[in-house]
Ligand binder design. Structure first.
Ligand code: NAP
Length: 310
C-alpha cells in the first residue's frame, strides 16, 4: 500500500481532508494537477471565510498548504486518469505511475463552464478568459465584458472595475443569483453597466476580440441583436464537476448536473470512496462548506479503514 488515503484534488476540501486524515495517524497523499488551492487561487479577495476578514485567495491557499505540509501529508503532482477498486484496495493512476491506497476521497472540484458560442474557442487567450484575476491586468484601462450572474461574475466585475476603463456585465435573466452584498456593492460602481435579459450570441474579432453580438432572452431585454465593442470577455457562467477519471468505475451515483451524490457522511455508493467539496451534490459551494466536507470525508475515511482492520 502506498498511502492509507488518496485524496484527489488539492483545493480546500482536499486539504481539509488531508489534515483530518493525518491528525488521525493515517498516511495521506494529495494528488494535484497543478498548484494546491483550487478555485481559491482564482479569487481576488475572500471575505466570507470565518476568521479571515479579508485575504487574497492565494494567501489563504498557501496558509492551508503550509498546515498540510507540516502534518507530513505527501503531494503527488500530475493528472489522475483513473481510479479502480480491486480486492478491497484502490488503484489511482496518476501520469505514468499507479498508486495503491486503502480509501479514496474525491475532491477534484469543478471546471469552468463555457458559453459554447462561435468565437469563444477561437479567441481563447486573445480576449476570451475564464479568470479575471489571472488575465484582468492585460486589459488595464480597456473596455471589458463579463458574462454571468453568480458570485464569480459579480466578483470578477468588481475586480475588473478597479483596473479597466469600463465593465459591461451581461446576464441572461432579470435578477442576479450572486450574494446580496455583491449586488449592492456593484450598484455603487460608476464604470460598471449591466445588460440584463441578454446572452452572447457570438464573439467577433480579428487578431483579438473586438465585439460581442448580444441578443435578448426576454421581452424587455436588449433590442436585438446588439453589438457591444469590447477588448475582452470574461466568462463566469458556473462550473461542471471534474470526474473524467471515474468513468470506468461502476456504482457511483450522480445528480442531474453530474455531481457525486453522497450521504451526509460524504460516503458514495462505493465503500471506501468518499466525495468532498464542489464535486459533491449540494446546496452551497463555498470554501467553508468545502472544508467542512473535507473534515467529514477525512474522518470517515479513517473510520472506514479502522473498520477493515478490526
Ligand atoms: P453559479 O453560481 O452557478 O452562477 C452561474 C451564473 O452563470 C448564473 O447566473 C447563471 O445564470 C449563468 N449561466 C449559466 N449558464 C449560462 C449560459 N450558458 N449562458 C449565460 N449565463 C449562464 O456559478 P459561480 O458564480 O461560478 O459560482 C459557483 C459556486 O461558487 C457558487 O456556489 C458560488 O456561490 C460559489 N462562489 C462563491 C464566492 C464567494 O462567496 N465569494 C465566489 C465565487 C463563487 P442563471 O442565474 O440564470 O442560472
Amino acid at each position: 500500500m502506498d498511502f492509507a488515503i488518496g485524496i484527489i484534488g488539492g483545493g480546500p476540501a482536499g486539504m481539509s481532508a488531508a489534515i483530518y486524515a493525518a491528525r488521525a495517524g493515517r498516511s495521506a497523499a494529495i494528488f494535484e494537477g497543478a498548484a494546491c488551492g483550487g478555485q481559491m487561487l482564482l479569487a481576488h479577495e475572500i471575505e466570507n471565510y470565518p476568521g479571515v476578514s479579508k485575504a487574497a485567495g492565494y494567501a489563504l491557499a498557501d496558509q492551508m498548504m503550509e498546515q498540510v505540509r507540516t502534518l507530513g501529508v505527501s503531494t503527488v503532482y500530475g493528472s489522475v486518469t483513473s481510479v479502480a477498486k480491486q480486492d478491497g484496495a484502490f488503484t489511482i493512476q496518476c501520469g505514468k505511475k499507479s498508486y495503491t491506497v486503502g480509501a479514496v476521497i474525491v475532491a477534484s472540484g469543478t471546471d469552468r463552464r463555457t458559453l459554447g458560442v462561435p468565437g469563444e474557442a477561437e479567441f481563447l487567450g486573445r480576449g476570451v478568459s475564464y479568470c479575471a484575476v489571472c488575465d484582468g491586468r492585460f486589459f488595464t484601462g480597456k473596455d471589458v465584458a463579463v458574462v454571468g450572474g453568480g458570485n464569480t461574475a459579480l466578483g470578477d466585475a468588481l475586480y475588473l472595475a478597479n483596473i479597466c476603463k469600463s465593465v459591461t456585465l451581461i446576464h441572461r435573466r432579470d435578477a442576479f443569483r450572486a450574494d446580496r452584498i455583491l449586488v449592492d456593492r456593484l450598484a455603487g460602481v460608476s464604470n460598471v453597466q449591466t445588460v440584463m435579459n441578454a446572452r452572447v450570441k457570438s464573439i467577433e474579432g480579428d487578431a483579438k476580440v473586438q465585439s460581442l453580438e448580444i441578443v435578448s432572452t426576454a421581452q424587455g431585454g436588449v433590442s436585438s441583436p446588439m453589438v457591444l465593442h469590447t477588448d475582452a470577455v470574461f466568462v463566469a457562467v458556473g462550473s461542471i464537476p471534474k470526474l473524467d477519471f471515474l468513468s470506468e468505475m461502476d456504482g457511483i451515483a450522480c445528480d442531474d448536473g453530474g455531481y457525486i451524490t453522497t450521504d451526509d457522511r460524504c460516503r458514495t455508493d462505493v465503500p471506501g470512496l468518499f466525495a468532498a467539496g464542489d464535486v459533491r451534490s449540494k446546496m452551497l459551494r463555498q470554501i467553508a462548506t468545502a472544508v467542512s466536507d473535507g473534515a467529514i470525508a477525512g474522518t470517515e475515511a479513517v473510520e472506514y479503514l479502522d473498520g477493515l482492520s478490526e
